[in-house]
Design a protein around this ligand. Structure first.
Ligand SMILES: [Fe+2]
Length: 404
């Protein structure tokens, strides 16, 4: 019995040592989240042991603008610091010193309130296969390397990990420093995510993603010309948004004066399978989208790409962030594009026009559409030759479904 216990202890120590070696001093991060004030950015990281850390930031290569020595909070060697006094839209460089190691990176402060353009990326369901997630993240990093305008914001539609209650899942599926592209992306632009069913029960989701929730896991924020409402579909039970949150959402959408309004949730109201469409999104969210001119509802849960257009509202399912793929069924209602492929979405807002482009890891454009903010019902397909295309691996090709 003693020998068995000793053996177990040795195995645990070896396992912890191997994990520690992957990330050197850092267990998670540094990574960024945006908490809703465009002169601030929140940086977070986690260590394996108690160490004093120093964070320094600068706008150019010149003198530091600020420097702070942080100390851990909670019981799990977590650190966080809100960098304040930022110039909206400006680029910043930072150095995080932990022991003898320096970690460097850069980010852009959130846009000014009156900005008329914004580029951002959307993806989701990145759980379970971190190597594939890392490939998708690599394409996203390449996107903002190619066009720094995309180093603004990344929206996740949830299911970041397979078992949200398992610390090891958060270590290996989202924050593994060995997955360099995921690490690079999360160190370079804020990750704004809704909670997926796999992220439940939510204690660790909130531990590592402490957004300023209204209550449960829903909240909203502005980013330049855009307003994002993040929905918690588990607030009043599994898959239940509930009346309290719907009433909040209506007030939220009524109050914002932003030209572009987006809703971010996990289970789609209008997807292309495998999961059934979520009735509550159809019954409670869709009418609000029509009343308050919401341009796009971003969702995931189905591990594929699809877009449905319902009374001028685009419902985009972007669940191809790394998990195993699901086939698409074009017979689902209102579907205008659907492809089974790992992918991410690029959104480019310029004044009153928005262009959405869904792209694979290899840069193949799966879907591309331009919509108008003022007249969402005047949906315009892009006929520039970038039609829906089949993906390797059995995706479903939809032809000439641009009109509806
Ligand atoms: Fe899901």
């Amino acid at each position: 019995m003693m020998k068995e216990k000793l053996f177990l202890k040795v195995v645990v120590v070896i396992l912890l040592m191997s994990i520690h070696a992957w990330g050197a001093d850092l267990r998670k991060g540094p990574y960024l989240i945006y908490t809703g004030t465009n002169t601030q950015m929140k940086m977070l990281w986690q260590l394996y042991e108690t160490q004093t850390c120093k964070l320094t930031w600068r706008q150019f290569a010149a003198h530091p603008l600020g420097s702070v020595v942080t100390r851990e909070y909670g019981t799990d060697h977590q650190h966080a610091y809100v960098i304040q006094g930022l110039t909206p839209g400006a680029e910043y460089h930072y150095t995080l010193s932990v022991g003898d190691d320096d970690y460097t990176g850069s980010f852009y402060a959130a846009p000014a309130e009156d900005d008329i353009s914004l580029k951002f990326m959307v993806y989701g369901d990145s759980r379970l296969f971190p190597d594939t997630h890392n490939e998708v993240a690599g394409a996203m990093v390449a996107a903002y390397m190619d066009d720094p305008g995309f180093q603004k914001l990344v929206i996740s539609v949830g299911d970041l990990v397979t078992d949200g209650d398992n610390e090891m899942n958060w270590d290996l599926e989202l924050f593994d420093p060995q997955q360099e592209n995921i690490h690079e992306m999360m160190a370079s632009l804020p990750l704004q995510s809704c909670m997926g069913n796999h992220d439940l029960p939510g204690d660790l989701f909130k531990k590592y993603l402490p957004y300023p929730y209204v209550t449960d896991m829903y909240w909203s924020f502005d980013y330049g010309p855009a307003h994002f409402a993040i929905i918690d579909q588990f607030a009043e039970g599994y898959g239940v948004i509930g009346n309290t949150q719907i009433e909040w959402l209506e007030d939220d959408l009524a109050l914002t004066e932003k030209k572009w309004k987006f809703i971010v949730l996990h289970g789609p109201g209008y997807g292309a399978g495998t999961h059934a469409n979520v009735q509550e999104v159809q019954d409670a969210i869709q009418p609000l989208c029509e009343d308050y001119n919401v341009s796009i509802v971003f969702a995931g849960h189905n591990h594929n790409y699809s877009r449905a257009v319902v009374n001028g509202v685009n419902h985009v399912t972007s669940g191809g962030g790394g998990c195993h793929l699901y086939p698409v069924d074009v017979n689902y209602p209102f579907i205008v594009a659907a492809v089974e492929a790992h992918h991410f979405c690029k959104i480019d807002i310029n004044r009153g026009l928005l262009t959405l482009s869904a792209e694979t890891i290899d840069g193949i454009v799966l879907d591309k559409v331009t919509i108008s903010a003022k007249e969402n019902d005047r949906f315009q397909g892009d006929f520039s030759g970038e039609q829906n295309v089949n993906s390797a691996g059995g995706g479903c090709f939809i032809e000439n479904l641009w009109s509806y």
